[in-house]
Design a protein around this ligand. Sequence first.
Ligand code: ZN
Length: 288
Amino acid sequence: MLPPQMIIFYKKNIDFLIEHAVDPDKRRYLVAAEGPRHYIDLDQYGEYPYKNLPRNWDSAVQVFSADSLQKHGVVPWWILRMKWRLTKAFKEKNRTAILKISADIGHYIADAHVPLHASSNHNGQYTNQTGIHGFWESRVPELFATKEYDFVIGKAVYLAHPEKFIWERVLESAAAADTVLKTESSLNAEFPVFGKYAYEERNGLLVRQYSTSYSAQYQQRLQGMVERRMRQSIFAVASFWYTAWVDAGQPDLSKISDEEFSISELIEWEELNRQWQNGPKSERTCSN
Ligand SMILES: [Zn+2]
């Protein structure tokens, strides 16, 4: 949950946000530097919690060189750069920039919460589990998210140490990657061979998918991990947006460019204000 004027501002521009949420993935085909911004292969840096990898970019460059950091992915550092850019856009009250960067940072933060975005075995290619990337991040949520997942989260929090915060999330992803892979491999060993995949029609084509029963088993064995990571990701995105806005001096979003809030939006603002003041605290009380 965001402060009222932020909710209304983003809601007003929801179509833009949705449309641009996938821009970073589109850019991957156009810009070589884009790819590494979506992941970090933490297992390339020894054992969890990868103490020999400095969390600070400049220090990390000194130890590993920018080239090799780029090679293994830079998502946490890139999110911090986006946070800086978002703060700047808020300061400048640049509506288009705020929305574009909000969509971008939302994408990268979501990626950082996906366990396989923190492992070099990102599509199970080393363990004969090719396809597991999309299985975890697309197929399982597509089957179960709308009906079963609860995306109501508490208040966004101010991140006094965004660097520490995002590194903790990325480390959680890295720690979970093993479970994501091992759970699938043991399910695969026990599941009837002919039940694993099913053919479904997509845009007039038959495509092979992990079957619904296989997906349901997988999600059950993961004990709510997909939902939990998605919830944490939503909380993190809201908190990064909120932190950037606060760091920019809480500019009045109802007066940004020509897009003033309408009367009905102002009424909604009042109502949201009440909710924000009395609203539930976030479950992740943020010390970092
Ligand atoms: Zn991505």
